[in-house]
Design a protein around this ligand. Structure first.
Ligand SMILES: [Zn+2]
Length: 158
């Protein structure tokens, strides 16, 4: 059994996970179409991310939700469209490969010029106030999340 692949023979395992999931959690206010969050009610870290032992390692529950839906652990961080760290509903999750690829994209300037300085300033303000997350900003401005990430990190406009 390769590492990170869910072993279907160990039957009690998914049950052990789902036992701690409350499927009628809050509906994200900023994105009601997502539907109710499935909240992890088991052990969590101080930021509210659920934790579970898996393959001898303390894993984040959103990664395990990903594993149960896809069949393998995600390569990159799992992020929440709903901004609810406890949420383990697969449709509320996305893989943050954009973060890993951001440096590449910036180097190739694929996103360059898409956002005006005024837009960039607005994005930084909105993000700083916590009104929208990076994923939502990306949708709003029709750019990749990497572009938003880069915009936020680059505090000063040129
Ligand atoms: Zn959610």
């Amino acid at each position: 059994m390769p590492k990170g692949v869910y072993d279907h023979k160990r039957k009690p395992w998914p049950a052990r996970f789902w036992r701690h999931v409350f499927k009628t959690g809050p509906v994200p206010q900023h994105w009601p179409e997502l539907g109710a969050c499935w909240e992890w009610t088991g052990p969590a870290d101080k930021h509210g991310y659920g934790r579970i032992w898996f393959n001898g390692k303390l894993e984040v529950t959103s990664r395990i939700a990903w594993l149960l839906a896809i069949g393998s652990l995600p390569t990159y961080d799992v992020l929440h469209k709903c901004d609810n760290p406890a949420c383990v509903r697969f449709s509320h999750l996305y893989e943050g490969e954009a973060f890993a690829n951001a440096a590449d994209m910036v180097a190739r300037d694929r996103q360059g010029g898409k956002l005006s300085n005024a837009q960039a300033n607005t994005i930084r303000e909105v993000y700083a106030m916590g009104q929208l997350n990076q994923y939502q900003l990306a949708l709003k401005y029709n750019v990749t999340q990497a572009a938003i990430w880069y915009t936020i990190r680059r505090r000063k406009s040129k």
